[in-house]
Design a protein around this ligand. Sequence first.
Ligand code: ASP
Ligand code: MG
Length: 413
Amino acid sequence: MSLIVQKFGGTSVGSVEKIQHAATRVIQEIQNGHQVVVVVSAMGKTTDDLIRLAAGITDSPNKRDMDMLLTTGEQMTISLLSMALQSKGCSSVSMTGWQAGIQTEAVHSKARITHIETARMKEELEKGKVVVVAGFQGMDENFEITTLGRGGSDTTAVALASALSAQRCDIFTDVDGVYTSDPRFIKGARKLEGISYDEMLELANLGAGVLHPRAVEYAKNHSLPLTVRSSIEEIEGTLIEEESKLEENLVVRGVAFEGDIVRMTVYGLENEVTGISAIFSVLADNHINVDIIIQSRTELNSTNLSFSIKEAELEETRSALLQNKERLGFSKIEHEAGLAKVSIVGSGMVSNPGVAAQMFEVLAEQEIAIKMISTSEIKVSTVVEMDKMIPAAQAVHDSFSLASLQPKPQLTN
Ligand code: ASP
Ligand code: MG
């Protein structure tokens, strides 16, 4: 008998009605003759509410207590979904992460799964039960409760699917799949039938919130096919697999964008050899995430360094650098705020030269200045002014013909 893992995100279990509906989606697969393991997130905004509760008590909650608190969110959902299944005549058992055998590193708030002891789940599945598992949580070697980082229920689902050799892992969410770009802002953005792990990983890291990057990484490492689909409508979602045979014609598969970027420039670095590493060590020690980095030499033979950061980290970055000015040996720092990153992603870039050139050309035609550029084999990112972000993304989306070629067929009767 084949096994399917289904995962329902927070919005898909956000109310009693939605939990009832999720239960019917589970029962459909049982009726199709599958065994089912269901992974759920906390209902709606429960995790945010719990974080707010803690913040009402202290600015610096103990991480162990925080994990203890946040894992209660998922625990509510497993019990309610299990009740819903049983009230519809479907036999089920709810399990916390630790009852399901999910072992993690001994790290609070962002642990990685190290091993899954599947015996108990298998036993329950053999009895004909649906196993309902709390996402986002596990236990370390010392029986301490841990969590996997925000959005971590996706990772629970993928890890269980791989440990149980599931035939598929379906991620049910409030969008019906992975889109070529954000349809709320980009005209003609449409759902992709398929996308590769690597492309999805780039998009997830570029801020497409639809999947937890670690879940995609896990699926890739275990060659597990993933689908992202709507919990509301019964339509095909997006299939994520090694190499997408679907939509093979697309060189660029997605356009991602994100605002509130700052370009920081360090002028006149005295020591080109040790200066650069010293600067990035200071930033790393202060947990500042640096994205694009550009180093340049001026005519006067001094070294300048520019890098992009999130606007929220601007003050911290400035003070970390200025406090260490003597030791780091630079003449001054300057920053430009109000910037945004617009990126294109597609595996086809590897074998199709000229993709970056086309992107730059389109931006030039729109008279959009490019402040920074970074590339990987399957990605080109540009930094532009914030108010040019959407026009830039739209122009690029149009230029690579990502928009739906035909309108959706209308049902008439
Ligand atoms: N409930 C957790 C969160 O909100 C985990 C998840 O939903 O995946 O981040
Ligand atoms: Mg999520």
